[in-house]
Design a protein around this ligand. Structure first.
Ligand code: XMP
Length: 549
């Protein structure tokens, strides 16, 4: 399968480059910008390399690529095609003998770029389809003569590296499009991956298809074909155990295992900690059965969790109790299955869990799902023994959703908002009791039902639920007396949280209409008798967090 390799120098938009190209049907992989290059990193599948942007400077602390990149010879005998984006271009210029200096003013936002060369120039002779001149033409074919680009740079090229030539400049007069006279090396000062850049896809596509000659052979069907083969090879006849949380990732991972392996071989274990949402356990059971699971182990352990949490109100202590108990129960229950030592442990790790972009070159860190979750000795031991399989580790979240649909996973699961490992405990400031969990479960279910039945005012074709990244209710340990139907009830205060986000690292408050909020609040107060007041949390992250605890 053809592949574009992306060297990540820490730009916040590196992931976007990878996404855009994958969406064009070409597989991409991101590796640290300073990774050592050898035949393992640059396999024969790699048809071109993109050097990403960076918040650093080439003359400062910015990382440099392994210099072998400039002498790498492709299997066809030519130089490896390179595209430098922003810092990537400055990096190539600096490494190859040009000059990069600080701009008097940072260029940021939409800026016009004009190609500044006529096609009569020999270097891009329209007739010449082969050789570097032909490639330059093929690359520039992705550009309009004048277009609005998206810039974000504090440095600029003040002298091109030998062999390079400028083919386009920004309205402020700095080089914006450059190409080497002989080698398939290109650079652009702007960010085609950002949606504000006019024709950004066509520019990236010109490099990927016209210069690198990639074929569109990345698709979910193709991924599943490969996965079938690799999972069967890895697992052979050994049992495979997957811990299911009820969320998208683990359910799709389970569906992939069930599709690729014999269902008898696949063990799916789910823990009902008593801190789950309404009807969650039953729904999970039905979904797994529908996917053809034969060995579903549902462990009901709510009482253990609730008794361990009795009288505990400190958020950190509550989290620790839940994390530790989870590990104890997990080890105990897995041991009870009496699987042979040769069993493999599957995880729903995603591509984004493995790369940590934005840090100048994220090292490949095997984190267990999210930054919050406690390390599990079971996972550590299995990883050491080389017995972990991660069927989704090359996929982005929306590709996981596509794979889920392809495998017939319920649409409700696929569109489900994230839910934290410690469950409702993060939404119950104060003591976690069964009674408080029940009230929260009911109120949360009404909130979510309302969101699913209401149309988004931003986009009339989707529901409020689908327009929101994550929404849930929080039950406060506060009573605000009120009289419902003539009887004094506890009048608990319920907070609603609804946010938009792309990855949960930052979040904006969802801008409900006042009418939606009023109607949802009335419905909750009328349906859950213990609730007397509803408030809306309007804090963004940062400085607040998404969960309350
Ligand atoms: P915060 O509260 O840190 O949440 O802004 C960011 C995202 O992570 C989820 N979250 C967790 N996920 N285990 C998880 O798997 C946890 O302990 C945990 N705590 C928070 C949260 O729901 C949000 O999507």
């Amino acid at each position: 399968m053809d592949k574009i390799l992306i060297l990540d120098f820490g730009s916040q938009t590196t992931q976007l480059i990878a996404r855009r190209i994958r969406d064009m049907g070409v597989y991409t992989e991101i590796i640290p910008g300073d990774a050592l290059l050898n035949c393992d990193t640059i396999t024969s599948e790699v048809k071109g390399i993109i050097l990403s942007g960076s918040p650093e400077s080439v003359y400062g602390t910015g990382a440099a690529p392994d210099q072998k990149i400039y002498s790498w010879v492709c299997s066809g005998g030519g130089a490896m095609p390179l595209l430098g984006i922003c810092y990537g271009l400055q990096r190539m210029t600096f490494d190859l003998g040009g000059r990069v200096e600080a701009l008097p003013h940072v260029e940021y936002g939409r800026i016009n770029v004009k190609l500044n060369i006529g096609y009569e120039q020999p270097a891009i002779n329209r007739e010449q389809e082969t050789g570097a001149g032909g490639l330059i033409y093929k690359f520039l074919n992705g550009f309009k003569d004048s277009f609005t680009a998206w810039m974000s740079h504090g440095d600029t090229i003040t002298q091109l590296a030998p062999g390079f030539r400028e083919y386009g400049a920004s309205a402020t007069g700095y080089p914006a499009v450059v190409a080497h006279n002989e080698k398939p090396w290109f650079g652009i000062q702007f960010h085609p991956e950002v949606t504000h850049c006019e024709d950004g896809n066509s520019i990236l596509g010109a490099f990927v298809f016209n210069v690198c000659g990639c074929e569109k052979n990345w698709s979910i069907e193709h991924y599943m074909e490969e996965l079938n083969r690799t999972l069967r090879e890895r697992a052979a006849d050994n049992p495979v155990l997957l811990l299911i949380s009820g969320g998208v990732d683990s359910t799709v991972a389970g569906a992939a295992l069930l599709k690729a392996l014999k269902p008898e071989q696949v063990h799916l274990m789910y823990f009902d900690t008593g801190l789950m949402r309404k009807n969650e356990t039953e729904t999970v059971r039905l979904i797994l059965q529908k996917l053809g699971a034969k060995n579903v182990h549902i462990i009901i352990c709510g009482e253990e969790f609730l008794s361990a949490l009795e009288n505990k109100t400190d958020p950190e202590e509550k989290r620790k109790i839940i994390g530790d108990l989870f590990i104890t129960i997990q080890e105990r229950e897995v041991a009870r299955l009496k699987l042979p030592d040769s069993y493999l442990l599957a995880q729903g790790t995603l591509y984004t869990d493995l790369i940590e972009s934005g840090k100048g070159v994220g090292k490949k860190a095997h984190v267990i799902k999210s930054h919050h979750n406690v390390a599990s000795p079971l996972v550590d031991a299995k990883r050491k023994a080389g017995k972990i399989i991660e069927p989704l580790d090359r996929l982005y979240k929306d590709e996981v959703r596509r794979l889920g649909r392809f495998l017939g996973v319920d649409e409700d699961v696929i569109r489900r908002h994230p839910f934290p490992g410690p469950g409702l405990a993060t939404r119950l400031p104060g003591e976690v009791t069964k009674a408080r969990c029940d009230i929260l479960r009911e109120a949360d279910a009404v909130f979510i039902e309302e969101l699913k039945s209401r149309v988004s005012h931003n986009n009339k074709s989707i529901s409020l639920y689908d327009d929101i990244w994550q929404a849930f209710a929080i039950l406060l340990p506060v009573c605000s007396a009120c009289d419902v139907s003539g009887e004094m009830n506890p009048g608990y205060v319920l907070a609603l949280r609804a946010i938009t986000s792309s990855d949960g690292m930052t979040a904006d408050v969802y801008p409900f209409t006042a009418r939606d909020l009023q109607e949802i609040s009335a419905r909750i107060i009328n349906s859950v008798k213990e609730i007397g007041r509803v408030i809306y949390d309007i804090s963004s992250k940062p400085p607040a967090t998404i969960e309350w605890e």
